[in-house]
Design a protein around this ligand. Structure first.
Ligand SMILES: [Zn+2]
Length: 243
């Protein structure tokens, strides 16, 4: 089956900069390669935790933010995606009405065809779990008629959760594999912009290999690398069995 994503808009909402790279950069690259567009929102700079190496090395919070912005801007160029840095507070990420309205307006403006974000539970990083609640609530608001936002109500885009670092502890059960075999080099190049996290890049290439084997077991022939996702909404669009 030949796929085209022309006219399809992917929105990625990521708690921290690195999550985009490890968890879904293959899908972003693939979506763009298939003709779609992708917008990445990095909600916080991760200076409370993800940037620990930078803080230990003596960088100030402002310097760490600048470095993370530089790295991820380069990654987004490699992936062919737009990127926005919202610089909200991490550790702990708090879901407020203002933040919901900001993301809801973004959803109305962008009108995404699909949304990628975190799984709803991550005991090693609770901010990740809050992100799904934040996205789902904002999507609900964006679809509403009586809310004080600009533009027409958005359609309800399907949300796909990308894989946490430790899947088993968080009950992550993939029900969709994205074959990233033809874009694995792009994923590697995007991850390579983040030098201080190089060991993680190797971990996630290995994870992609493992998920590629999973995808192959379930019938995806020739798949060497994959990313795993959990769709949180049932698929109703086709009104029939879809495979
Ligand atoms: Zn994170």
């Amino acid at each position: 089956m030949s796929l085209s994503m022309e006219g399809k808009r992917m929105l990625v909402v990521s708690a921290h900069p690195g999550d985009v790279l490890w968890r879904c950069s293959g899908a972003v690259a693939k979506h763009v390669k298939l003709g779609g567009t992708a917008t990445i929102i990095v909600v916080t700079y991760g200076t409370g935790g993800e940037a620990n190496e930078l803080m230990k090395a003596g960088l100030t919070v402002a310097e760490a933010k600048a470095l993370r912005k530089r790295d991820l801007t380069r990654s987004a160029e490699i992936l062919g995606a737009d990127i926005e840095f919202w610089d909200m507070q991490d550790y702990r990420f708090e879901i407020t009405q203002d933040k919901i309205m900001k993301l809801a307006q973004k959803i109305r403006d962008l009108r995404p065809s699909l949304i990628l974000t975190h799984h709803g539970k991550d005991i090693l990083n609770p901010d990740h779990g809050y992100m799904l609640e934040y996205v789902n609530m904002s999507l609900e608001v964006a679809t509403g008629h009586g809310v004080p936002l600009d533009g027409a109500p958005a359609d309800r885009a399907p949300i796909f959760c990308f894989e946490p670092h430790d899947s088993e502890s968080n009950g992550f059960v993939p029900n969709l594999f994205v074959d990233i075999t033809d874009v694995i080099d792009i994923k590697k190049a995007a991850m390579a912009t983040c030098e201080l996290k190089a060991p993680l890049a190797e971990t996630y290439v290995n994870r992609a290999k493992y998920r590629g084997q999973n995808a192959g077991s379930f019938g995806r022939k020739g798949c060497k690398y994959a990313e795993a996702y959990e769709a949180i909404y049932p698929i109703a669009e086709y009104g029939y069995f879809v495979w």
